[in-house]
Design a protein around this ligand. Sequence first.
Ligand code: NAD
Ligand code: GLY
Length: 376
Amino acid sequence: MSQPLGTPRVVAVRTPSKHYDILIGRGLLADRAAWQGLPRSTHAVLVSNPTVFALHGEQALASLQALAPRSSHVLLPDGEAYKDWQHLNLVFDHLLREGCDRKAMLFALGGGVVGDMTGFAAACYMRGVPFVQLPTTLLAQVDSSVGGKTAINHPLGKNMIGAFQQPERVLCDLDTLATLPPREMRAGLAEVIKYAPIADAALLDWLEASLDALLAGDAEALAHAVQRSCEIKAEVVGDDEREGGQRAILNFGHTFGHAIEAGLGYGHWLHGEAVGCGMVIAATLSADLGLVPAAWADRIVRLVQRAGLPVQAPDLGAERWFELMSVDKKAEAGGIRYVLLQGLGHATLRAVPRAAVQAALNRHTVAPRPGAALPA
Ligand code: NAD
Ligand code: GLY
């Protein structure tokens, strides 16, 4: 790695709707320089959850207080199960009670759940107010805080109600990852691994060599993983902000993963765990269809396994799998489309005969046993 960790790394995101920077470094929550240059606001509102707020809230609030004449915070309950309308309303209740106007700015301190909900609240409140992402999970730093997808879940489908709303800035403070539970760290690695097969074959080599350092929380390795992931995501999103086409490759493994999450009920498997397993199924399917060599798919399976992520899906039943996958946002006219690998570091979106999908599912599904559906 070229840059010392003392200097924040900067990844520029350039989309048609907004240009902004992702800053990656240590101690950014307390680093006033990292907060400079944001639009002036009348009221700075921190949105978080009790877990993250107890660990990192004070630091963030201190920085935020210097930004606006008024500041306040609102906490959402912790968990994917609360990423819904009812709990989104808590943000609107707070904003209205505090008399926040159109010049208010929201700050999302937390993982992807807080980030997605805060971004969606920002998109809706008074038809749109600015917001900043302060991601504190690996998953949020490498994926969900970047690119402007915001959403809540509906009982009939994950992330089905949402908006595109780009943040003003993303501050990835690597120090916040020190408090992240190991299971959450592994889940975040799934989204890092995702970028390699779809966009960067060299990243796959690097991940195979650096996985142990990443799992041990090595700051240099994490900085590189976050930076490279954000660079790839910024490039894809810059070319296709609203997912007219190519952005869909960022959903590698997600068609299967979302079905696992919805099929088991949100909150049982972590999003990253479901995506990890989904990538295994999608890689197998790609190899079965002759799009990549089987040895290539095996590399992905091994990496996912080494990252401590599940490679066997719960048995949802064939009908339920396809029913859940047809709710996917990539589906067109009811037909399911899958992100598949096509060569080294390239992906494609296409429909696939159901029998081929079923065969890949059969290879990566465990028979239902009490407790077997949940990863250790
Ligand atoms: P999460 O937000 O639920 O966070 C995971 C857990 O870690 C939570 O209990 C949280 O309180 C805790 N936590 C967060 N930061 C911590 C820290 N520094 N120390 C200790 N604990 C901490 O889950 P996630 O994996 O960050 O995000 C998953 C969500 O992101 C899903 O809802 C998914 O749909 C969404 N997502 C969105 C996009 C997008 O482009 N918008 C992309 C990928 C995922
Ligand atoms: N996480 C997929 C996307 O942002 O498009």
